[in-house]
Design a protein around this ligand. Structure first.
Ligand code: ASP
Ligand code: MG
Length: 478
């Protein structure tokens, strides 16, 4: 049995018409003799709205919280009416009413005590995927796909770190074998909600924002799937952000390591943790577009395809701050760096880039409201300056390993830009530097022009660029 895990993100299930598109896509896989297992996100924006409702309740704004819930209820009931008919519609309507009653009770309770714990936040956030998966599972049953709704909380067992629970992979494999496998053997198409899980004692947890991709990879790993498909609303990974650089190309194939690097540096297509469970079992992951299912997307594989171009993609991360720590008193003594990092740890701020000199350390962090407190703590051990409005440009590609002269090409392409910090990751597959936010678009266009002028057609989709220039030529003729 060739199992394919198909994960549909929020925009792919945002409306009844989007959901019926997913059914066609799933049917296409089944027609090719594959056995699909479907993992769905909440309908677009639902998780945000649930969290907003919880936050309103915490402030004591019961009316505001219930108003959000009431809008969500209407949206879901309307979707059920559009997708289902007959007895199934009645059953799911009644079930949804119960779910929303429970949610409203919860919100009222929160508003009464004006207190919100991570555990309760998970419970509120879990409704999005609980609702979407049941609705879509029933729809797949009704539209002839033999769909079977599975409550993901029976399979995705986790520890109890609410908000970012750690999956128990062996237990998950066991549960999938007991609940999902038999359905597949009966020729059914199991549908699970992403993002949500439960502890072994049955308390609802979540895997963290964007966690449905993670669920997709966990299910793929647990079932030893042939492939994992992450269906989203873009044509896979691009050579850079097409809004910055209209010439950006689709990357046809990229390695796990490269994709993880890009995700870390802010490419929004994929959650980095998605990568791991699939890597361990060498399962290829595809990023595909549910609004353009014929597009071949990007394949992510264990090994990088060889390419003429040194880089696969250029990522941009904005809204960063550089912190310069100058060791006036404690001149690089033993334990000094640890003392610095402890401050960031205490404030739960992730550091993106570090560079050191004899007496100073520069670090970059996401601009956040904790900066003054971080600077105050750091000033106990050193002189501190910080400066916002910086951006990180990160070029990623396995082919830069051991190649000479790449850095020279990078910095000559952007020679007119003032570079603040440079780093080449230990993985040797990324080269990153920090510049002023206002310079970032120009720098990325210059780099893209230099490195993707003559793209390797085995790795990059050059037909789109040809298509675009033909379209422009036709438009100009007319
Ligand atoms: N619905 C969740 C979120 O918005 C998980 C996901 O869509 O991946 O974070
Ligand atoms: Mg997502």
């Amino acid at each position: 049995m060739k199992i394919v895990v198909m994960k549909f993100g929020g925009t792919s299930v945002e409306s009844p018409s989007a959901i019926s598109r997913t059914a066609e896509i799933v049917e296409g896989r089944r027609a090719r003799g594959m056995a699909p297992v479907v993992v769905v996100s909440a309908m677009a924006k639902v998780t945000d709205q649930l969290l907003a409702a919880a936050a309103a309740a915490e402030r004591g704004d019961k009316t505001g919280a219930l108003a959000i819930s009431s809008r969500l209820r209407n949206r879901h009931l309307d979707a059920v009416s559009a997708l289902l008919s007959g007895a199934a519609a009645g059953t799911v309507h009644a079930w949804m009413e119960e779910q929303f009653q429970a949610l409203d009770d919860l919100l009222r309770g929160l508003a009464a005590v004006q207190e919100l714990t991570p555990r309760t936040t998970d419970l509120v956030a879990s409704y999005g995927e609980r609702l979407s998966s049941r609705m879509i599972g029933e729809y797949y049953a009704q539209c002839g796909l033999n769909g079977a709704y599975v409550d993901a909380r029976t399979c995705i067992l986790t520890d109890s770190q609410h908000g970012k629970a750690v999956p128990l992979e062996d237990k998950i494999e066991q549960q999938l074998g007991q609940t999902v496998m038999p359905l597949l053997q009966q020729g059914r198409i199991p549908v699970l909600g992403g993002f949500i899980g439960a502890t072994e004692s049955g308390v609802t947890t979540t895997l963290g924002r964007g966690g449905s991709d993670y669920t997709g990879a966990l299910v793929g790993r647990g079932l030893n799937a042939h492939a994992i498909e992450i269906w989203t609303d873009v044509n896979g990974i691009m050579t850079t952000d097409p809004r910055v650089c209209p010439d950006a190309l689709r990357v046809k194939t990229i390695s796990f390591e490269e994709a993880a690097e890009l995700a870390y540096f802010g490419a929004k297509v994929l959650h980095p943790a998605t990568i791991l469970p699939a890597v361990q079992k060498n399962i290829p992951v595809w990023v595909l577009n549910s609004k353009d299912p014929a597009n071949h997307g990007t394949q992510i594989t264990a090994m990088a395809a060889h390419s003429r171009s040194p880089f696969k993609s250029i990522a941009i991360k904005r809204k960063l701050t550089i912190i310069d720590v100058v060791a006036s008193r404690m001149l690089m003594t033993h334990g000094y760096l640890r003392a610095i990092f402890e401050v960031f740890d205490r404030h739960k701020s992730a550091v993106d880039m570090v560079s050191t000199s004899e007496v100073s350390v520069s670090l970059t962090v996401d601009s956040n409201e904790r900066l003054p407190a971080i600077a105050a703590d750091l000033s106990q051990i050193a002189d501190v300056k910080y400066e916002g409005r910086k951006a990180l440009v990160c070029l990623v590609g396995e082919n830069i390993r051991g190649q000479n002269g790449i850095a020279a090409q990078v910095f000559s392409a952007i020679r007119h830009v003032n570079v603040r910090m440079i780093s080449q990751g230990a993985s040797e597959i990324n080269m990153s530097f920090m510049i002023e936010e206002e310079d970032v678009e120009e720098a990325v266009r210059a780099l893209h022009e230099h490195f993707f002028r003559d793209p390797d057609p085995d790795v990059f989709d050059v037909t789109e660029r040809e298509g675009l220039s033909n379209a422009i030529a036709t438009a100009q003729e007319n």
